[in-house]
Design a protein around this ligand. Structure first.
Ligand code: FE2
Ligand code: FE2
Length: 310
């Protein structure tokens, strides 16, 4: 066994590259509201991520900083530090997307963003709904939330692969800045796809917990995603009222049609992706290809402009 092999054998880390933060920035000054030309529905459906991700990813950073003192595995600690730095930059980039893109186009996002923030600051906080937990439950509560994040990170990995491989957006001449932020983020999600799952297992998270955690995350993500999309669409006069209402059949049939045309992932595809997380043999390493991510980062305009900080 070589020195490298024996080092790998001793670590719980399955991440095979150092995770670096790329200090990116995006210029939305020329980006139209309908960043997929002639497709306002799909444009808003994807743009809603700017309203959901910052609160979620800053929450990830807080939680993994809490987990760090429990982690003695040096390689896994390095992964976690890189993960925190990458997620912090994702949150900042999407916050800028929110302010400099959606709000600059006159969309009101405040009420919806507040709802998203409430989820992370109340029920999922260290003191859920203001209640201080007994010391004996603190670690269990941390591990449960790390399990929820591992389930989310499965989604960000598969959606990352979807974004990198979506040729339809290029064929439709989608806006290059939006494509770049989506794909830069996608590539880094693929780079760090093992970290949350490795930490969940290291901290004592087990297989049994994964099914209820994924059920909660799938329901929560679909709820937030569709509610947020509907909130943006209702403010856009070019979208017919019935198509923008969450409780209308048109909203869901339009989603299905856009998915068939390749502009959006379909609900059924997302359900199948989430089910894969329930396999006892689930392994994030086989969910995507790190080289595909690195290939995109090597050509991403924002990543190329950015300095990398390990
Ligand atoms: Fe992220
Ligand atoms: Fe992530």
């Amino acid at each position: 066994m070589s020195v490298t092999d024996s080092t790998i054998a001793k670590t719980h880390s399955k991440t095979d590259i150092p995770l670096v933060q790329r200090k990116v920035s995006f210029d939305y000054s020329q980006t139209p509201l309908h960043w997929i030309p002639d497709d306002p529905y799909s444009s808003h459906f994807i743009s809603v991520i700017h309203t959901i991700l910052p609160a979620g990813e800053f929450f990830f950073c807080r939680l993994y900083n809490k987990a760090l003192p429990y982690i003695e595995d040096e390689q896994l600690r390095e992964d976690v530090k890189g993960f925190i730095k990458q997620e912090a930059m994702h949150a900042r980039a999407h916050s800028a997307g929110l302010a400099e893109y959606l709000e600059a186009h006159g969309l009101d996002t405040e009420a919806f963003v507040k709802k998203v923030e409430w989820i992370f600051e109340q029920p999922l906080s260290d003191t859920p709904f203001g209640r201080k937990l007994p010391k004996s439950l603190e670690k269990r509560w941390l591990v449960l939330r790390l399990g929820l994040i591992a389930a989310i990170e499965h989604f960000t990995c598969v959606l990352g692969k979807y974004a990198l491989e979506n040729e339809n957006w290029d064929l439709k001449d989608a806006d290059e800045t939006v494509l770049d932020i989506l794909r830069w983020h996608a590539a880094e999600e693929i780079e760090h796809r093992n970290v949350a799952f490795d930490v969940y297992k290291y901290m004592g998270g087990n297989y049994v917990g994964r099914a209820p955690q994924m059920a909660l995350i799938f329901t929560g993500l679909m709820g937030l995603w569709t509610m947020g999309a509907s909130h943006l669409m209702k403010q856009d006069p070019v979208i017919k009222k019935r198509k923008s209402r969450l409780i209308s059949r048109s909203f869901w049939s339009e989603w299905s049609q856009k998915a068939k045309k390749g502009s959006l992932p379909s609900f059924s595809w997302l359900a199948v992706q989430s089910a894969r997380y329930l396999s006892p043999n689930y392994n994030p390493a086989t969910e995507a290809d790190t080289q595909q991510a690195l290939d995109y980062l090597a050509q991403s305009p924002a990543a190329q402009r950015a300095e990398a900080f390990a």
